[in-house]
Ligand binder design. Structure first.
Ligand code: HDE
Length: 790
């Protein structure tokens, strides 16, 4: 019998057509006889012998299955044909309707009255039931009790890490068939689309914490493949803090709010984190990444994603290669600056959540290319680092990234809780064609994710929650447990069986088979020697950054360690940085007002010579994006007496490019230009502070400029846009605002600042064109000085 893989709505076989009820006794006898005849088709367990020996392990046979002589044999009850509005008809052969699209659970209440959870219409949703209008509320009020009880239990435990997150639906599309490398369903043929649900998150903060914390971002992709769910649970940085799952609880306890006073929220800038970090030299490479601009992305849409660990691809011939997964955003990789991140947290702590939601609502669907780094075990053995060590990257110069498909997020969820909160990602959710490496962190994760869902989602049936259900059919003999949603038909809940015609049967080689990696070693606790090189790749990362990015890393270390209260921890951390780069260590030490300590002792006195000492791909500037300014937010400052036509021309030009342009005024209402129609303010200086915008346009018109010059909030707007290195367009005459803010249109080295456009002679169209280009350039870091004169 062929294996049924997907839902088919075809007519069930004749034997499965509901039988007409016949008289009880003869029907029971007939069922017993049919059952016996089915059982006779299984004289023994035909595949038992294959359980033993290597050949059987490599070639698991498909289980025996036989069609039952009658539908009654596999039924739970002979009465199943007595259908009604609730029971409906008997199950179609081989069908699990829970694996149908989400529309089967999507609820719409249009035209419907309020009811209780039992479907009883509620007459009055305003008042509880009382003994008299002024009397006590009665215990009898089951409507009130149901409502309040449900409310009391609305919360489920938040994720122990990655509690704060946002998600969207979309698809992955494969550019070319990768069947030579893997039998994984998403790569089966060019153009094949696989539905995805992607959740982005921060790690340390609680569910209501700010989006702009300095932190790693989670980048978890659930691919609903036709072979079952594959979860690629990655981050926006390609490495991790620790090398062994054993240390994960320690890491998280160190970074989370300190246990005595629950301080600070969503921040690593406190003693326990840096105490731990400075005692764990393998963390150093990851510290470079989390102190870099990668930890404060401009948007989820503008960051890379990585599978982090080395995984395996396995093809239908059983051949395997190693692989690293990369998601590269079409919009490019962009970040905010730290001062901005701090202020965004106050102005709009949902900044990333809102950005993702609004972009998708506006039809600007975020997109990533999937890149694979593919290498063999033999290649890996020659690398100067161990590919099983999750604190190491495989530099792109060593193994290039091959683009194999794209992911598009084009649908927001209907309901945050039901989808984004209840989605359960598990690293062990893989499909045939994808397999694990022996990375000890990955191995530990493969235990942890399922385990955590048990308490978070209340039991082992979390896979039945609509957002978690696969689109591939689910059939097995697991039973019962909290919140069981399915009603399995029949009396058979074990395998092998003959009473259920052998079904569901073992899939054999059609099913998931682990790659038979040869292993022969001692059982012990420890790490390979190569894992002991803690600094080479940290130095590689630092050396691969632009000077501005290096400055930001220095500033981030200074900020974090200044917040540390224990001087010995600060000194120990700087001692660790001495092994990365002397310049970095001394600049951080300077910021902390301490002398340079002795470097921390190195575990590996002579690390192997690295293959590369600079990797340009590690800089955020390596991916400027496609040049589009779609969804970039631009503020146009407006005031009475402005040149309305000039601002409007820029507004129109920006909108035509897909940017979100907003008129920002002192107060809501109409602004009266010197000539022409009134302009309606979209927001005020108070509610839409500068950190929420990617660029600003300063108006022309003397009266407006004079008004803005006298407005502290407006002047602050101009200054902050400049400090945060954003593009500024000063329309004719508005250079007075720049001058009053202490801004000169030149960089400290005397050259022209390409992010600062001052209109003098040229027309508005030329100015708009130049401004669009400047916005696509994102930030102009050469402006930054320490301390900032503006
Ligand atoms: Fe996780 N991690 N993790 N992690 N992780 C969780 O699972 C864990 C690690 C990552 O949007 C938890 O469902 C261990 C690396 C993401 O729902 C938990 C170890 C990477 C998400 C867990 C790691 C990640 C999680 C908490 C070390 C990048 C959010 C709630 C052995 C490759 C998924 C949950 C979502 C979530 C454990 C290390 C990424 C407790 C034990 C490395 C993106 O199971």
């Amino acid at each position: 019998m062929a294996i049924k893989r997907s839902s088919s709505k075809s007519t069930p076989p004749a034997s499965r057509q509901p039988k007409k009820p016949i008289s009880g006794a003869s029907r029971v006898a007939e069922k017993m006889a049919d059952t016996d005849s089915l059982a006779r088709a299984f004289p023994s367990n035909a595949i038992k012998a294959a359980e033993y020996g290597r050949n059987g392990a490599l070639n698991p046979p498909q289980g025996q299955s036989e069609e039952a002589p009658s539908n009654d044999v596999s039924a739970s009850t002979l009465a199943e044909a007595n259908s009604n509005d609730k029971t409906g008809n008997p199950a179609d052969a081989g069908e699990n309707p829970n694996n149908a699209p989400l529309e089967k659970v999507r609820v719409d209440s249009a035209g419907r009255a309020l009811t209780t959870n039992q479907g009883v219409a509620i007459a009055d949703n305003q008042n509880s039931l009382k003994a008299g209008l002024r009397g006590p509320t009665l215990l009898e009020d089951f409507i009130l009790r149901e409502k309040i009880t449900h409310f009391d239990h609305e919360r489920i435990p938040e994720r122990v890490v990655h509690a704060r997150g946002s998600a969207a639906h979309g698809y992955f599309e494969c550019h070319e068939a990768l069947t030579d490398l893997t039998m994984a369903a998403p790569f089966a043929e060019a153009g094949k689309r696989t539905p995805v649900f992607v959740r982005f998150s921060t790690v340390a903060g609680e569910r209501g914490s700010t989006d702009l914390a300095r932190d790693v971002r989670g980048f978890a992709v659930k691919l609903y493949t036709d072979q079952g769910n594959w979860d690629l649970v990655g981050n926006n940085m390609p490495i991790f803090f620790i090398q062994d799952a054993m240390k994960f609880p320690d890491l998280i306890h160190a970074v989370k709010p300190e246990p005595h006073n629950a301080l600070p929220q969503a921040a690593s800038a406190h003693d326990t984190f840096w105490d731990f970090a400075s005692l764990m030299p393998e963390i150093t490479h990851m510290l470079m990444w989390v102190m870099s601009d990668r930890a404060i992305p401009r948007s989820y849409r503008m960051m890379q994603g990585f599978g982090v660990h080395t995984f395996r691809l396995v093809n239908a011939q059983g051949e395997s290669v190693f692989v690293k997964f990369h998601w590269n955003p079409t919009a490019g990789t962009h970040s905010v600056v730290w001062d901005e991140a701090v202020k965004i947290s106050g102005a709009d702590s949902d900044f990333h959540r809102r950005d993702l939601w609004e972009a998708i609502e506006a039809g600007a669907y975020p997109e990533w290319e999937l890149g694979l780094q593919i290498f063999t075990e033999q290649q890996a053995e020659k690398f100067s680092f161990d590919v099983l060590d999750p604190t190491k990257i495989v530099p792109e110069e060593l193994v290039p990234v091959r683009t194999v498909g794209k992911m598009v997020l084009n649908r927001n969820p209907d309901n945050f809780f039901a989808e984004t909160e209840q989605v359960a990602f598990c690293t062990q959710h893989v499909v045939p064609g994808i397999d694990f490496s022996n990375d000890p962190l990955l191995q530990g994760r493969n235990f942890s994710y399922h385990d955590t869902q048990l308490s978070r989602l209340g039991g082992p049936n979390f896979h039945q929650l609509p957002i978690n259900a696969s689109i591939a059919q689910v059939h097995n003999n697991q039973r019962d447990a909290m919140h069981q949603q399915a009603i399995p038909r029949g009396r058979v809940a074990y395998e092998p069986n003959s009473l259920g015609g052998g079904c569901p049967f073992q899939a054999g080689k059609m099913g998931f088979m682990s790659f038979p990696e040869p292993l022969r070693d001692d059982k012990l606790r420890g790490k390979p020697e190569k894992f002991a090189d803690h600094y080479t790749q940290a130095t590689l990362f630092y050396n691969s950054q632009t000077p501005a990015e290096q400055n930001h890393i220095v500033d981030a270390f200074r900020f974090e360690l200044t917040k540390v209260q224990t001087p010995a921890i600060r000194a120990r951390m700087v001692a660790g940085l001495m092994n990365v780069d002397n310049g970095l260590a001394s600049r951080v030490a300077q910021g902390l007002g301490i002398g340079l300590p002795e470097p921390l002792p190195r575990v590996l006195a002579k690390p192997p010579k690295p293959e590369v000492t600079r990797s340009p791909a590690l800089s955020l500037t390596a991916r400027p994006g496609d040049g589009s300014i779609r969804t970039r937010c631009v503020a146009l400052l407006v005031a009475d007496g402005m040149d309305g036509a000039a601002s409007q021309a820029i507004h129109d030009a920006l909108t035509a490019q897909g940017a979100v342009a907003k008129y920002i005024a002192h107060r809501l209402g109409s602004v009266r230009p010197a000539a022409g129609e009134a302009i309606e303010a979209d927001a005020t200086l108070e509610t839409a502070p500068p950190v929420l915008f990617d660029a600003v346009v300063l108006p022309s018109g003397q009266a407006a400029i004079n008004a803005l010059l006298k407005n502290g909030a407006a002047m602050n707007f101009v200054k902050e846009q400049y400090q945060h290195c954003k593009p500024i367009l000063a329309l004719k005459g508005a250079n007075a605002l720049l001058a009053a803010a202490g801004i000169t249109p030149r960089w400290p080295d005397g050259s022209a600042d390409p992010g600062l456009l001052v209109v003098s002679g040229q027309d508005d169209a030329t100015a708009a064109k130049a401004f669009v280009k400047a916005i696509a350039g994102h930030r102009y870091f050469a402006r930054q000085m320490d301390p900032s004169p503006v």
